[in-house]
Design a protein around this ligand. Structure first.
Ligand SMILES: NC(=O)C1=CN([C@@H]2O[C@H](COP(=O)(O)OP(=O)(O)OC[C@H]3O[C@@H](n4cnc5c(N)ncnc54)[C@H](OP(=O)(O)O)[C@@H]3O)[C@@H](O)[C@H]2O)C=CC1
Ligand SMILES: O=C([O-])CC(=O)C(=O)O
Length: 281
């Protein structure tokens, strides 16, 4: 007897597209074919105004290029992976989900906006809605927050340390003179709601911690610029009825973008692979 997989598995070569063609997408497009899964990125949705540099990058990676959501939908993607930014989650993810396309997002800080979260949840839960997956990003320990959180969490603290260059072009510049720092300097203390909104390219991890744990206002955040830091360090401490934990990561940044840890790109790669697996370990 021939058995068929009851899950509506896509054809042998699933059609996977990225939104954005920056450091993370390029890393993902280079990396995916190395796995045994036979998955590869086939297309990219970029900004309408993007020019020759993006075209060259797409050609080098063998990607079809779209500048319009309707064109991407006509390509009939089996999965779309957002590696672009908060605006892309807001403007593109709801429509994709409504059209039944599963979406992986990594710009998790966008989900700090409760209205957008509601729209995404409604789009995914609606008739024929696609599944929304939030990649773990550059952080770890989310499993402990989720599982320990079943019995209640009383305290979750996040501390993010990056070299001054990684904080360039952010509100950190209004708080400290990044070029003059000689020692680790805390320039932000607050909650994950404020951190993820004000640092959309640096503090998505705080949103991941908030969503897995005690929410955006309950999660305490410190952001630090450290001239001695070689990479991006993330620490999470949690406390609850289950006990306590502390996770500390020292992440290698992507060569094309010092703000972004390679681990974040790897988390997207893992989410893509997992999406197409019948059994995941
Ligand atoms: N969860 C996590 O741990 C992490 C999440 N991130 C998120 O991932 C995002 C991507 O990171 P990274 O690749 O390093 O960033 P890059 O800045 O290198 O690349 C992002 C690319 O996406 C493009 N883009 C932005 N908005 C849109 C849009 N609406 N449609 C199409 N393309 C768009 C940008 O174009 P343009 O330059 O024109 O804006 C840029 O080319 C970050 O912005 C951040 O939000 C990053 C690090 C960690
Ligand atoms: O990549 C990192 O180390 C973290 C980051 O930028 C983010 O959370 O937005």
């Amino acid at each position: 007897m021939t058995r068929t997989d009851p899950v509506s598995a896509p054809a042998a070569s699933p059609r996977i597209a990225v939104i954005g063609l920056g450091a993370m997408s390029r890393s993902l497009a280079r990396a995916l074919p190395r796995g045994a899964e036979g998955l590869r990125i086939g297309a990219a949705l970029v900004r309408p105004g993007s020019g020759a540099e993006v075209e060259a990058a797409a050609a080098a990676a063998g990607l079809e290029l779209f500048r319009d959501l309707a064109d991407l939908l006509a390509w009939a993607p089996d999965l779309v992976v957002e590696c672009a930014g908060h605006g892309a989650v807001r403007d593109l993810a709801p429509g994709l989900l409504e059209a039944g396309v599963p979406v992986v997002v990594v710009s998790i800080g966008a989900l700090g906006d409760a209205d957008l979260r509601g729209r995404l949840e409604a789009a995914a839960a609606g008739p024929g809605g696609g599944r929304l997956t939030v990649a773990s990003g550059a952080i770890g320990g989310l499993d402990i927050l989720r599982t320990g959180g079943r019995a209640g969490l009383s305290r979750v603290v996040y501390r993010g340390v990056k070299p001054p260059a990684a904080w360039k072009g952010t509100p950190a510049e209004d708080a400290v003179d990044l070029d003059a720092l000689t020692e680790p300097t805390v320039f932000f203390e607050g909650d994950a709601a404020e951190a993820s909104a004000r640092f959309p390219k640096n503090a998505n991890v705080t949103a991941a911690v908030a969503l897995a744990g005690i929410g955006f206002t309950g999660t305490r955040v410190s952001l630090i610029a450290d001239p001695t830091a070689a990479g991006n360090r993330h620490e999470v401490e949690g406390e609850g009825a289950f006990g306590t934990f502390r996770v500390a990561l020292s992440n290698v940044p992507l060569p094309d973008n010092p703000k972004t840890s390679w681990l974040a790109a790897l988390s997207v790669e893992e989410a893509v692979v997992r999406h197409f697996q019948s059994v995941s370990y």
